[in-house]
Design a protein around this ligand. Structure first.
Ligand code: AP5
Length: 224
């Protein structure tokens, strides 16, 4: 399966992607995680992206498309779920073109719908693992030991772009530049709207309800 997960900042894309990859054995390609890795490694790409990310703006399309293209083509045999990419209509069109050149396409697009007022609460309470990328919340999805990652034992951090001012900018950017991607996919292929305002496991059940219809039979029975 080649899947795109769309949604506003804090809609739960990362949270749901981790569950999807664990159930269906797909690769999780998150443009935000790749950019943060580039930044921590101090690469040229990371330095170029820094200012955009810290202000809540999008990194320019040409940088992102080049960064994602190789990884997507490599993962397109085993299947993938894209998180945070594409985020503009131009990125979506370039993704389609690149997959088409190798005889492939996106099989389904899931769009997580969330109210803006829920986003603020989720973002300010988010804690992330800088090592393995696991995502927690101080109230909704607590780690077993406060401040420590269940998976790898690293100290959890708060993302620098999760301040109220930057979150407000990221939401504005989403409505102006990423919402049109929803309309693009509604016209081009299999598209599902998912209510993402409820509890994470309720959202997972909705996601799986759609993906199970497409998944090979053997992959449907794994328990999350
Ligand atoms: P990116 O890292 O992609 O950030 P984002 O899209 O703003 O999404 P988030 O990671 O903040 O949220 P999420 O939807 O994954 O939610 P999560 O599961 O963590 O991008 C960062 C920046 O990089 C961008 O601003 C941009 O500058 C740049 N960038 C990236 N891709 C780009 C591209 N393609 N083009 C240009 N620029 C790009 O959940 C949030 C919190 O809520 C967590 O604490 C979680 O535990 C909790 N939670 C999740 N689900 C639920 C639930 N159902 N109920 C209660 N709590 C929940």
């Amino acid at each position: 399966m080649r899947i795109v997960l769309l949604g506003a900042p804090g809609a739960g894309k990362g949270t749901q992607c981790k569950r999807i990859v664990s159930k269906y054995g797909l690769l999780h390609l998150s443009s935000g995680d790749i950019l943060r890795q580039e930044r921590s490694a101090g690469t040229e790409l990371g330095k170029k992206a820094q200012g955009y990310m810290d202000s809540g703006a999008l990194v320019p399309d040409e940088i992102i498309v080049e960064m994602m293209a190789g990884a997507i083509i490599k993962a397109s045999e085993s299947g993938f779920v894209l998180d945070g990419f594409p985020r503009t209509v131009d990125q979506a069109a370039q993704l389609d073109k690149s997959l088409k050149s190798s005889g492939k396409k996106i099989d389904a697009v899931l769009s997580l719908q969330i109210d803006d007022k829920v986003v603020a609460q989720r973002m300010t309470g988010r804690r992330s693992c800088p090592k393995c990328g696991a995502v927690y919340h101080i109230e909704n999805l607590k780690p077993k030991v406060n401040g420590i990652c269940d998976g790898c034992g690293s100290k959890l951090i708060q993302r620098p772009d999760d301040t109220p001012e930057v979150v407000a900018n990221r939401l504005r950017t989403y409505h102006q530049q990423t919402k049109p991607v929803v309309d693009y996919y509604k016209k081009n292929g299999t598209f599902y709207d998912i209510d993402a305002n409820s509890d994470a496991s309720d959202v997972t059940a909705l996601v799986i309800g759609h993906l199970d219809k497409m998944a090979p039979v053997g992959s449907r029975c794994r328990i999350l």
